[in-house]
Design a protein around this ligand. Sequence first.
Ligand code: PEP
Ligand code: MG
Length: 888
Amino acid sequence: MTKWVYTFGDGAAEGAAEMKALLGGKGANLAEMSNLGIPVPPGFTITTEVCTAFYANERAYPAELASQVDDALALMSRITGKNFGDEADPLLVSVRSGARASMPGMMDTVLNLGLNDVTVEALAKVAGDERFAYDSYRRFIQMYSNVVLDLEHHDFEEILEDYKEHNGYVLDTDLTADDWKAVIVSYKALVERAMGKPFPQDPRQQLWGSIGAVFGSWMNARAVTYRRLHDIPASWGTAVNVQAMVFGNMGETSATGVAFSRNPSTGEKALYGEFLVNAQGEDVVAGIRTPQNLTEAARIQAESDKPSLETVMPAAYAEFVAICERLEKHYRDMQDVEFTVERGKLWMLQCRIGKRTTKAALKMAVDMVAEGLITSTEAIGRIDPAGLDQLLHPTIDPKAERKQFAHGLPASPGAACGEIVFTSEEAEAATQAGRKVVLVRVETSPEDIHGMHASEGILTTRGGMTSHAAVVARGMGKPCVSGAGAIRIDYAAGTMTAEGVTLKRGDKITIDGSAGQVLIGAVPMSRPELSGDFAKLMGWADDVRRMKVRANAETPADAKVARSFGAEGIGLCRTEHMFFDEGRIVAVREMILADTEAERREALAKLLPMQRKDFVDLFEIMHGLPVTIRLLDPPLHEFLPKTEAEIAEVSAAMGVPAAKLKDRAEALHEFNPMLGHRGVRLAISFPEIYEMQVRAIFEAAIQAAKETGEHVVPEIMVPLVGIKAELDFVKTRIDAVAKEVADKTGVTLDYHVGTMIELPRAAITADKIAETAEFFSFGTNDLTQTTFGLSRDDASKFLNYYLKGGILEHDPFVTIDKEGVGSMIELAAERGRKTRPNIKLGICGEHGGDPASVKFCETVGLDYVSCSPFRVPIARLAAAQAALEHKK
Ligand code: PEP
Ligand code: MG
């Protein structure tokens, strides 16, 4: 018989931490804590396999599930001494989701389950607090009705607000037990009106209703979006955790809170978190009351006048600190925990590996190596390469003037600047239109994920460091200021006001997520220094990495940035970018307008010294490191003016009739320029263009070698080759120019000639092409385009439908499509090596900076990846992780 239910509690458990796939993260860790003897309210986990079976069988449960749940409830009764539905001392439970990967706030939860008109009386007696019991019951009715019966939360809120207004109350805490009883009557009437039957009184019916709702919430819209954004497969399913309730709202000796065993923002080794006296967990996250600090040190630093847990509940605090330390040692990583103190007794409700900023991840990893908790190899695996992007985010220039509008909490570091928007929909629309925005909300909820994703940064006026906005922003690596309480937002008017100053929708603001400041206008930013922990970890990564990392760069500025980020050469210099420069576009246009070869050569002669200077600069900056220069690639029409006004301007500047410009542009017009007269095809028609370029390369190599003292060996790369004879045609001319330059200067030239692999025909005939090519560089932008037959410039219009519909798992222009494009690469690598065993292989498409694609490159055994300069650190780390994984 399949085991669908796993119990935990009282120092034992049927599950363990390794069983995350089956029990979900929450369930597996509750089991683990219970096994460690840590105080955990007893309960059981219904496995993710039930979720999968539920969806595979038209939302029906496996036959044995009911009896296994009964057995588990019986065990809870034995441990707690209370019975589910008991009219004298009822066992109350919570029902919560818990997927394999954490999906904070995405799925449903029901608390205080088991209460009804009879058990509420019993709870009042046992707790000795009637007000507490009826408050719990009304919370339950509201939650259950929303989650299970699908009634609107705000209909209940409205009843409550009306009641308070009618009776002259301001806060929920003003209500007495009798008030709550009256509210409950109205709540139940609302349910009966809406459902045509009374609120369910049978605890078992309540339990199964809630279990069904949690499994159902796996497919709700926000969970589906979250999974798509975080690459979580729908097939994983969620588990359901049913656990005995403990109450943090049983008076002044009760409390509830959340904590991290180290600071998730900075990585500092100090307990970090918040709690509230006499509250349920939801109250801490909601941010309606200002939470208190856990430690005295944190309280003093925050200048808070509210006492810390350390002073109000010293015994529970001491036990809590010891448990956090123990958990951190046990899991060998920073822990994110939830806890409740019920009348002085501490209970742990959850532990998991805590999310953190990249800055914190680096500090923790490096510190933990020093502490002997983990090895340097493990440290490499602890950092998400894509997250390094966060460190490359700008911070506010220290010299810049700061016009402060308001201040709040430093919830997620880095600075962001953009136009004010007040809704997630606006944020998305503005971003799609190419504008940068800062999302401003009173508080955010899981429905705002897409808006937060689209924004540069997030500002909220309510909520603490563990509010939804703060947690999610840190995870996304977006700067965030939360709890800026002085700001009043008027959503209807589209304005926000603080201290007499009003800003409106569309105005620019800058937020400093490290300082918690909101500044008026766009404030100058600077890039951070990459030293300390970053340098240390990257050093470890470089030690284990096999693939080299190069950069795609053509300007001296980019080449310098690339070097400072650790690039080991240039993998792609797109020479056409050099042609757009103001000083030379005229000569380029003369070349295009030329009617004869002689005229063309005349124009090219003007370009030669400029190209040579470009290459000298690059060779000098790269100081002997390999530099791959790609000969001209784009169709020539790209260099001609387009609009009437531009044509008139160019015509006047060049002294060429506008009609001639127009005629030439028309003659060069193509229906599919990406598949047209470009790349090596230009050289077949006009060999003199590449001849000029390679002459410039050779002369520059000689000059740079003289100036740097380093031997310069240029790698000359021919784009869009599909036929070996094309490459032969060009290679013959390259060799001829080399000989000419060598003869003239008396210097022997070392150089390599290779090709990009960007066409399926090139991949398939790679064995032939390798007879001529000394290296291949996979141009996966074009190779993706040509393998799919998908225009890279137009695909974004419809690829979204493919991604949303699950027809494609990833955007193939971002992450290599292993099955198709990847097979092309494997085939070309294999065939190329057959002809030329030591052929050098690299990749220079955008994929070279994408961690998943880098991993793929390792499995094919490429020699290097090349990516944009700012992604070089990402590629270095990804290459190290790939090497470690591949070794296993
Ligand atoms: C490619 O096609 O992958 C490539 C690097 O070249 P480009 O993007 O310039 O076409
Ligand atoms: Mg290309």
